[in-house]
Design a protein around this ligand. Structure first.
Ligand code: UTP
Length: 301
């Protein structure tokens, strides 16, 4: 079985759910506590053993490339001022020379199209795909857990989580088949099924391990839901020829492409930090009792 060495990060979306914050700043650069969202996702891939990071960017996303580049003056100044721990943190996140590649999706035609834009950089080998909107909280990370399943099953592996059955129309949903190890075989996949038509409540949470044959399928993929070239439609075609397995991920997932998910992520990650837990936790308790008072007042009115 070929090892998964490369990861693709599609970062060309417009982020319309998070306007006006994302008018001039890519949503991937919004900070969760003190690191941009994209750092968490790259870290998850690195922890899973990924050696090459491929970013599919778009217009106004140049700052992501700068973020992963060396900033000589800043590094020198931090070293002169003895801020070695800050410098060490920056250097740890820094891909080594040649470890990161950037390509542009010239028009935001959909996730399937963004993935196809990475075909030359991925080449003929399996790859990890991580949607940077979603950040995960677990130890080990979601991708490391998925690689564990992939090493047993091969084929294609997607991570899934359970949503409220009334919400299935918002997601890509998979049908559940025979159990295999920590996961299960996928019987079908459908992007944003009509209400009442979903095969289960297991939704695709934005983490995939895919075989390179997906690229030739995406090259001819017609537009699907939302008039976009959908990855789920491409995966469904690949499923006719190759095995697809689901890995039910049990950690926390935050959709940082939406303001609510982003605020939740900030709280969850701040509360994990020794240096912040007490202060933020204390303030949160006060804010929650104030909010409960407001809700009670509104329900009496
Ligand atoms: P989303 O639909 O969540 O991203 O796509 P979006 O289009 O930026 O968000 P909204 O709905 O307008 O707020 C999921 C992932 O696919 C990438 C996005 O950057 C995100 O990581 N994507 C989507 C692309 O790279 N290109 C596209 O054409 C569409």
């Amino acid at each position: 079985m070929t090892r998964v060495r490369k990861a693709v990060f599609p970062v060309a979306g417009l982020g319309t759910r998070f306007l006006p914050a994302t008018k001039a700043i890519p949503k991937e650069m919004l900070p969760v506590v003190d690191r941009p969202v994209i750092d968490y996702v790259v870290e998850e891939a690195r922890e899973a053993g990924i050696e090459h990071f491929i970013f599919v960017t778009g217009r106004n996303k140049g700052v992501i490339e700068d973020h992963f580049d060396v900033q000589v003056e800043l590094y020198d100044t931090l070293a002169q001022r003895g801020k070695d721990h800050v410098l060490g943190d920056l250097q740890r996140m820094q891909p080594a020379p040649g470890q990161a590649s950037f390509t542009r999706q010239q028009k935001p035609l959909g996730l399937g199209h963004a993935v196809w834009c990475a075909r030359e950089l991925v080449g003929n080998e399996p790859f990890a795909l991580l949607l940077p909107d979603m950040i995960m909280q677990s130890d080990p990370g979601c991708m490391a857990q998925m690689i564990g399943l992939y090493e047993k099953t091969g084929g294609n592996v997607v991570a899934v989580q359970e949503c409220d059955p009334s919400e299935t129309h918002k997601y890509g949903i998979v049908g559940r088949g025979r159990a295999t190890g920590d996961g299960f075989e996928i019987t079908e996949m459908v992007e944003k099924p009509a209400k009442g038509k979903a095969p289960s409540n297991f939704y695709l949470n934005g983490r995939y391990i895919l075989q390179p044959e997906i690229f030739s399928i995406l090259a001819n993929q017609a537009r699907g839901a939302g008039n976009e070239i959908q990855l789920t439609d491409g995966m469904l075609k690949l499923k006719d020829k190759q095995d697809f397995f689901a890995y039910p991920y049990s950690g926390r997932a935050f959709d940082c492409g939406s303001p609510e998910g982003f605020v939740e992520a900030n709280l969850a990650f701040a509360l994990q930090r020794e240096d912040m837990r007490e202060r933020i936790g204390g303030n949160l308790a006060g804010l929650l009792s104030e909010a409960a008072g407001l809700s009670r007042k509104r329900s009496r009115a």
